[in-house]
Design a protein around this ligand. Structure first.
Ligand code: OAD
Length: 252
């Protein structure tokens, strides 16, 4: 990536009035959280994530799925946002509008100070009733749940508690997805960071922004991803190195 490309991206971002940031698992890699597909280390190496992150897997073996998510939740709570997360949060004070739409469930954007974050795939630090017995989602306070069973049970209906994340074969939270689509349809700049652009419907959002012809798309990724071909600028590199440099140029 050349300094000319970086400066061009900073100039475009500086002029943006409706910036949407779309982040994926690569955004959290430098915080120490493996991307989704190479998250299966150690004890979990023998499982395919798509065998664990599904409603059927939970019905078949609720304890195994619960324990896998608990290990990921504790990992997330043990790490910190990195300079890239803080750079995105700092953009809010410099630009007219910044909304972060993330596929990540780790909550790191909010912990870094971003105030408008749409968590398309939920949040691994939250829990809900697996039957959503009081509406979707019926959020539960893990600390208040009886630990008599693993997974613990919903105090309202007795169904198992589960992480408040989207599993394969499940729909995304309706309000989150519709707001994300509307923001992308009206964005003038979309900054895409750390996503392979494979997982739908998140992967369609940049195309939605581009289809209206207005949005300028900037892609940040050490490797060329599925979205790079429709982007106006592809900045090859990591979130932790590129985003702080972009903010420094915007602030200059
Ligand atoms: P992936 O794991 O599919 O892709 C991660 C992307 O981040 C890749 O394109 C990497 O090249 C890039 N990357 C790696 N290190 C990076 C770094 N330091 N800085 C920037 N980019 C880096 O993750 P996602 O595209 O986010 O969905 O897809 C993840 C989704 O797939 C998850 O949300 C999950 C899974 O299905 C659900 O759980 C519903």
């Amino acid at each position: 990536m050349s300094s000319v490309q970086l400066q061009r991206a900073a100039d475009v971002l500086k002029r943006s009035e409706r910036l949407v940031v779309l982040s994926g698992a690569g955004m959290s890699k430098e915080s120490g959280i493996p991307t989704f597909r190479d998250a299966m280390e150690g004890l979990w190496a023998q499982f395919d994530p798509e065998e664990l992150a599904t409603p059927r897997a939970f019905q078949r073996n609720p304890r195994l799925v619960w324990e896998w998510y608990e290990s990921r939740r504790l990992q997330v709570l043990a790490v910190q946002p990195h300079a890239g997360h803080y750079a995105l949060a700092a953009l809010e004070a410099r630009l007219a509008q910044v909304v972060v739409i993330t596929q990540n469930v780790d909550g790191l954007h909010k912990r870094a100070g971003s105030t408008d974050v749409i968590e398309l795939h939920g949040n691994i630090t939250q829990h809900k009733c697996s039957a959503d017995c009081r509406g979707a989602p019926t959020l539960l306070d893990l600390a208040a749940l009886s630990q008599d069973s693993v997974p613990p049970r919903c105090p309202y209906c007795g169904a198992y508690a589960r992480p408040n994340v989207v599993w394969f074969e499940e729909y995304l939270p309706e309000d989150a997805l519709s707001r994300a689509m509307s923001l992308c349809a009206n964005a003038d700049v979309v900054l895409i960071v750390g996503t392979s652009g494979i997982v739908q419907p998140a992967a369609s959002l940049p195309y939605l922004a581009k289809r209206n012809g207005r949005a300028f798309l900037i892609d940040v990724n050490p490797e060329r991803d599925e979205i790079a071909p429709i982007c106006d600028l592809y900045l090859q590199g990591t979130a932790g190195s590129i985003l702080p440099r972009l903010v420094a140029l915007i602030s200059a």
